[in-house]
Design a protein around this ligand. Structure first.
Ligand SMILES: Nc1nc2c(ncn2[C@@H]2O[C@H](COP(=O)(O)OP(=O)(O)OP(=O)(O)O)[C@@H](O)[C@H]2O)c(=O)[nH]1
Ligand SMILES: [Mg+2]
Length: 358
C-alpha cells in the first residue's frame, strides 16, 4: 500500500515522515523543496499476527506494511509549477494524506500566509480539480480528433462518456471521489489516476500547546466529509529519539495511547476501507489487507494469481475462534472449520487456506 504525504511547502511533511519511519531527513524553513520523495516502509502493528506467530512458530512472520512517500510541497500559491514532474509519482499512490500547518510560526506566516486550515483545504481541492480538468480536456480533444480520423471503438466511446461526466463534475467544482462509475467506465478511466478521485485524509500539524485547540477546525473539515485528525509533528519527531517507556508517558500526557505510526496506520485502513485476513502455517504467518467486501476468490488473488485462477474452496476459521479454542484440531471438532466458495465475503480476522488446482 503506497500512501502519499502531500501538502503546501513547509507544512511539516518531512517532520511527520521522520516521526513515522524513524528516518532523519533534514527539516528546515528555508531550504528549497527537494526534487523527489523520501520513501519509508512502516510495519503495521497487529497483535493478532504476533499471537499467531507464537502459536505456529513459522520460519517467517510477515506483518502488513505501508509505504509512505514524503513529497515536496505542491500547489504553492505563487509557484510556476516546478512540481509538475512529481505529479505522476504522487498520483501513483493509492491515497493521500494532506498535511496542513496549524502551528504558528512568524517566518512561515510571512512566507506562506497565516495558518488557515479550511482555506488551505479548499485551495488543495481546487488545485486537484484544476489539475484533473486539464488532463480530461486534453484527452477529450484527442478522442475527438481520433473520431474525425475514423477511430471510434466502443471502448473509446465508453471512455469519452465517462470523461464528459467527469468534466461536468469538475466544472461544477466537485471532486471525482464523490462520483459513482459503472465497472466498464471505472476500468476505462482507472489509468488516469485522477488527483481528486483519491481517498484523502487531512492531518492538521499543530504545536504541542495548540494540540487540543483544533476542535473547531477539525469538526468543520469532518463536516465536509473528510477523515481528519490533529498531530503534533515536531513533538512526535522528538519522541522518536526517546525510550519506549518515556514515549508512552509523553503520549499519555497528550491523551494518546498509540504511537504516531499505529495511529496513522489505523487511519489509512479506515480511509481505504481495508480489513485484514491471515494465512498461517509452519512456513509463514502473514497478514494481508483487502478492501471490505472482497470475496474469497479475489482475496486468494491477492496472495497469488494462480490461487484465484485455480480456486476450488477456501478453508476458513476465525482468529477469535482460534484464540478461544487453542488449536485447529479443536476447531474442527467444534465444527468451526468452514469450507467457503468463491463468493464468500472475507471478514476481518479470517484465517484462510486456499485450495486450488492449476
Ligand atoms: N513549531 C513547529 N514547527 C514545526 C512543526 N512541524 C514542522 N515544523 C517546522 O517547520 C519547518 C518545515 O518542516 P518540514 O518537515 O521540513 O516541512 P515540509 O512540509 O517537509 O517542507 P517541504 O518539503 O519543503 O515542503 C521546519 O523548520 C520544522 O522544524 C510543528 O509541529 N511545530
Ligand atoms: Mg519535506
Amino acid at each position: 500500500m503506497k500512501i502519499a504525504l502531500i501538502g503546501p511547502p513547509k507544512s511539516g511533511k518531512t517532520t511527520i515522515f521522520n516521526a513515522l519511519t524513524g528516518a532523519d531527513h533534514e527539516v528546515d524553513k528555508y531550504s528549497p523543496a527537494a526534487s523527489e520523495a523520501n520513501i519509508g516502509i512502516v510495519q503495521v502493528t497487529d497483535e493478532r499476527i504476533t499471537w499467531l506467530s507464537e502459536l505456529y512458530q513459522p520460519k517467517k512472520t510477515i506483518y502488513a506494511n505501508i509505504e509512505f512517500h514524503d513529497f515536496p510541497g505542491i500547489f504553492a500559491r505563487e509557484s510556476d509549477n516546478p512540481e509538475t514532474a512529481i505529479y505522476p509519482d504522487i498520483k501513483s499512490c493509492e491515497a493521500f494524506v494532506l498535511i496542513i500547518r496549524v502551528f504558528k510560526d512568524e517566518e512561515l506566516d510571512e512566507l506562506y500566509g497565516e495558518a488557515d486550515p479550511l482555506k488551505t483545504l479548499s485551495h488543495f481541492e481546487d488545485e486537484m480539480i484544476l489539475a484533473d480538468m486539464l488532463v480530461v480536456e486534453k484527452r477529450l480533444e484527442k478522442i475527438l480528433l481520433g473520431y474525425k480520423r475514423g477511430v471510434k471503438t466502443p471502448t473509446i466511446q465508453i471512455e469519452e462518456k465517462a470523461l464528459n461526466r467527469i468534466l461536468e463534475q469538475l466544472q461544477a467544482n466537485n471532486s471525482i471521489r464523490d462520483m459513482d462509475f459503472p465497472p466498464e467506465e471505472e476500468k476505462a478511466i482507472r489509468g488516469f489516476q485522477f488527483f481528486s478521485a483519491k481517498p484523502l485524509l487531512i492531518l492538521l500539524n499543530s504545536s504541542e500547546s495548540g494540540f487540543k485547540k483544533q476542535e473547531e477546525a477539525l469538526s468543520a473539515i469532518r463536516k465536509r466529509g473528510f477523515l481528519a485528525q490533529v498531530i503534533a509533528g515536531k513533538f512526535e519527531q522528538e519522541l522518536s529519539s526517546l525510550s519506549e517507556e518515556d514515549t508512552e508517558l509523553f503520549l499519555a500526557d497528550m491523551g494518546m495511547e498509540l504511537s504516531i505510526k499505529d495511529r496513522l496506520s489505523m487511519l489509512c485502513y479506515e480511509l481505504l476501507g481495508l480489513i485484514s485476513f491471515f494465512t498461517v502455517g509452519s512456513d509463514e504467518v502473514r497478514a494481508w489487507s483487502i478492501p471490505k467486501g472482497t470475496n474469497a476468490v479475489n482475496a486468494a488473488g491477492k496472495i497469488h494469481s494462480d490461487l484465484a485462477r485455480g480456486f476450488i474452496r477456501a478453508e476458513c476459521f476465525t482468529y477469535d475462534a482460534l484464540t478461544l479454542h487453542g488449536s485447529e484440531k479443536h476447531l474442527r471438532e467444534k465444527g468451526l472449520f468452514r469450507l467457503e466458495g468463491k463468493e464468500y465475503i472475507v471478514q476481518d480476522g479470517d484465517i484462510l487456506n486456499i485450495r486450488f488446482s492449476v
